[in-house]
Design a protein around this ligand. Structure first.
Ligand code: NAD
Ligand code: DAU
Length: 339
């Protein structure tokens, strides 16, 4: 089986490539990534000399390039991780979110329609459901929860989901969609809550908590997300949406305090800053469907996963300081310049 993994130089995509390489060494993997600020080829260095792996730098919204890749690579399966993924950036500049997340998805779907595909899997997010109130802990997102987005990011992801549904129904494309809660783990870009707080705490810099820090997110270790997608590819039903989450709700402020404690840093570093515009209050996934249909359950307990993650950032400071300094672009030139 040959899988085209888009966005495989980012956080979840790279973890997915490592997961698949280990679990299914017989699969062929082609990674298509634009290497935006969030993509880092250094992450994929261990894959570069594998015979079953190929990296292609390109934009999923570039129809000619994508069609060329389908023509030459003939993938059996596409897993689309490629996206602009940071809510704050979408508030600042929505345009690129529509271009990559919506038009990019449309181009991939059109390529699948033209060249044929066994499965197209869209990696979506729980943010398409909007948010839940803090005073209703009995409410959860199910696959039937209506789409109700808050940010330009979540609106772009919901639009892509709707396009997937349209291509499934209109053209009969075999599409699955997964909507996962917040991931954490190795290789997450240091703009996101957990790695940002780790990096700042290590540098004794202020830890900027939005609003009062009472917003709740439902954290899942990234490898559990990868395992769920693998299962959906193997046994999921075309046309189906699968929610992925592990009933691990935590307030932001509790996460930040936990990071301070783990790194032996004082809580006085915590600084409350102006809230994110339109800030979603609570996300909470009901994962009953994927559990009952595919037998998926998260394996990593938060206490173990967060310690492993913090340790990873301690052990891999070169990885994230290089990113922060913008050095990953010159890494690309070094790696490919003379090939
Ligand atoms: P990320 O920002 O770390 O990585 C995105 C990757 O996509 C980068 O490698 C980037 O270079 C690439 N990319 C961006 N635009 C591209 C384009 N036009 N063409 C080709 N490649 C492009 O994101 P992530 O956190 O790994 O998220 C991956 C996917 O999972 C996204 O679709 C996101 O919406 C979804 N998701 C993320 C989370 C989370 O907690 N991080 C949770 C649920 C769903
Ligand atoms: O729920 C899935 C989504 O999770 C994914 O679809 C997104 O791609 C991913 O970025 C993530 O979105 P969030 O907005 O929830 O993640 P982020 O890490 O940006 O923020 C988590 C919470 O922490 C949120 O309530 C905002 C808050 N926050 C974030 C940052 C970066 C802070 O308080 N301070 C910060 O500096």
């Amino acid at each position: 089986m040959k899988i085209l993994v888009t966005g495989g130089a980012g956080f979840i995509g790279s973890n997915f490539i490592f997961y698949i390489e280990k679990k299914h060494p017989e699969y062929e993997l082609v990674c298509l990534d634009k290497l935006t600020y969030a993509g880092n080829l250094a992450t994929l260095a261990p894959m570069m000399d594998r015979l079953n792996f190929k990296f292609i730098r390109g934009d999923i919204a570039d129809q000619e390039a994508v069609f060329d890749i389908f023509e030459t690579e003939k993938p059996d399966v596409v897993v689309n991780f490629a996206a602009e993924s940071h809510v704050d950036r979408s508030i600042e500049a929505p345009g690129i979110f529509l271009q990559t997340n919506v038009i990019g998805t449309q181009v991939l779907l059109d390529a699948c329609r033209s060249y044929g595909i066994q499965r197209y899997h869209q990696v979506s997010t729980d943010e398409v459901y909007g948010d839940l109130p803090l005073d209703r802990p009995d409410l959860f997102f199910t696959e039937q929860t209506p789409l109700h987005t808050s940010s330009p990011y979540s609106a772009s992801k919901a639009s892509a989901d709707l396009l997937c549904n349209a291509y499934q129904r209109t053209y009969g494309l075999p599409i699955t969609i997964s909507r996962c809660s917040n991931n954490y783990g190795p290789y997450q870009f240091p703009e996101k809550l957990i790695p940002l707080m780790i990096a700042n705490a290590l540098a004794d810099k202020p830890l900027p908590v939005y609003g009062e820090g009472l917003n709740v997110r439902d954290w899942l270790y990234v490898e559990d997300h990868c395992a769920a997608i693998d299962l959906i590819l193997e046994s999921g039903q075309a046309g189906q949406v699968y929610n992925i989450g592990g009933h691990n709700e935590m307030k932001n402020i509790d996460i930040v305090k936990l990071i301070c404690k783990a790194l032996d840093k004082p809580e006085r570093l915590i600084t409350y800053v102006t809230d994110r515009k339109g800030h979603d209050m609570r996300y909470a996934i009901d994962p009953t469907f994927i559990h009952e249909k595919l037998g998926w359950l998260p394996e990593t307990k938060f206490e173990a996963g967060i310690q492993r993650t913090i340790q990873w950032y301690l052990d891999n400071q070169d990885w994230w300081t290089e990113i922060v300094n913008g050095e990953y672009q010159s890494y690309y030139e070094r790696m490919y310049g003379n090939r």
